[in-house]
Design a protein around this ligand. Structure first.
Ligand code: AHG
Ligand code: MN
Ligand code: MN
Length: 351
């Protein structure tokens, strides 16, 4: 006999499309909403599908490789970075749901052209994260953060973008790996979807993701070891030995694509670190398009994100390309890491 669907749990049904899931969630959580955020996310998923298709066929055509220009961060821009950036802007700017956008690839905020309506949200994104890995066919991804507009002029302003991470209304990422996976949260559970290319839809594959309280993996670029401060070195030394709160050594896993390293640790448990070092005294990763959205996801999955001394989601962004040290992952492992920066190392993190 066909199984009767429980309406309340419908949004948790494996295989449900993202379109249906988001509509169900909106109906359940904010029945009065006009569907702006839903529509915004659906347009973002169209962009993600196009980027996914292009990353897959990139090896066959001349899209891979450097454009020869440097972006505002002083890094060489890969062609696919530029392409992904363009696809997201084009697919979102006309929707009427955004008042401004900001991308890792642009020095200033991206205004909505005058011919389009202005909406109530902002979108901040890293169009292609891990782009130095593209030519080696390693997983890369898009990271996104959505906030509600706070200014009330004719168009959105920098102030709308420079909000603390705890104000995010939605955040997530898409990974272009062996499969294309999208993970998002609006603050009501973290849900993962896998793109089924045969139907062209993201289908629910990972409902209600909870990250383990402690993991066995640490992820860091250890080539920076001699540029780290003492607490960071002591922490990594402890994780590699059995002289840590768990009394067992951790395994090292580091892809070099934040989004892929984060996703693995979200599912398996563990800790990712990009601490400050003498070459990057404020850290390397960007608060707005990278740290904030992943911090929002990990907190809603039961984990933590910190600079070592401050919760990521509490940081007041000082500028668009504000960088921060990032320590993110399983709750007990992050608490153990923080204890090194406080100068009182825990021998039983989190109890
Ligand atoms: P992006 O490709 O968007 O510039 O980001 C690269 C970032 C991030 O994905 C990764 O965690 C980190 O750079 C790796 O840096 P290192 O090569 O210094 O380890
Ligand atoms: Mn990035
Ligand atoms: Mn990038």
């Amino acid at each position: 006999m066909a199984q009767t669907l429980n309406d309340h749990d419908n949004h948790r049904r494996i295989g449900i499309s993202f379109t249906e899931h988001i509509a169900e969630s909106q109906h359940r959580l904010s029945p009065a909403a006009r569907g702006e955020l839903t529509s915004l996310l659906l347009h973002l998923m169209i962009a993600a599908k196009i980027i996914s298709r292009e990353t897959r066929k990139a090896a066959l055509v001349d899209v891979l490789g450097l454009t020869g220009r440097t972006n505002i961060q002083g890094e060489l821009v890969q062609k696919l970075d530029e392409y992904a950036d363009d696809i997201i802007i084009r697919n979102l700017r006309f929707t009427g749901h955004l008042c401004a956008m900001a991308s890792e690839e642009h020095e200033d905020i991206i205004p909505i052209p005058e011919r389009y309506a202005i909406g109530n949200y902002t979108l901040t994104f890293d169009p292609l994260d891990g782009s130095s890995n593209i030519d080696a066919d390693v997983s890369i991804g898009t990271i996104f953060s959505i906030q509600r507009r706070i200014s009330d002029g004719a168009t959105g302003t920098l102030q709308d973008i420079l909000q603390r991470g705890k104000n995010q209304v939605c955040a997530g990422y898409i990974i272009y790996g062996p499969g294309t996976i999208m993970v998002y949260t609006t603050g009501h559970g973290v849900h993962g979807f896998t793109l089924d290319p045969s139907v062209g839809e993201f289908l629910l594959s990972h409902p209600d993701i909870r990250t383990p309280d402690e993991g066995r993996i640490y992820s860091v670029n250890e080539g920076n070891y001699y540029r780290w401060d003492e607490p960071t070195r002591a922490l990594i030394d402890a994780l590699k030995s059995d002289r840590n709160y768990r009394g067992q050594s951790y395994s090292a896993r580091y892809i070099g694509s934040l989004v892929a390293d984060f996703h693995r640790n979200l599912l398996y448990g563990g800790i990712f670190l990009y601490p400050a070092d003498s070459k990057s005294p404020s850290g390397k990763l960007r608060l707005l398009p990278e740290a904030n959205p992943l911090a929002f996801v990990i907190e809603h999955a039961g984990g933590l994100a910190t600079t070592g001394t401050q919760r990521i989601l509490d940081i007041e962004p000082r500028r668009l390309h504000h960088r921060v040290p990032l320590i993110i992952g399983s709750r007990k492992d992050v608490e153990y890491a923080e204890s090194h920066y406080r100068g009182r190392v825990l021998d039983n993190a989190g109890g």
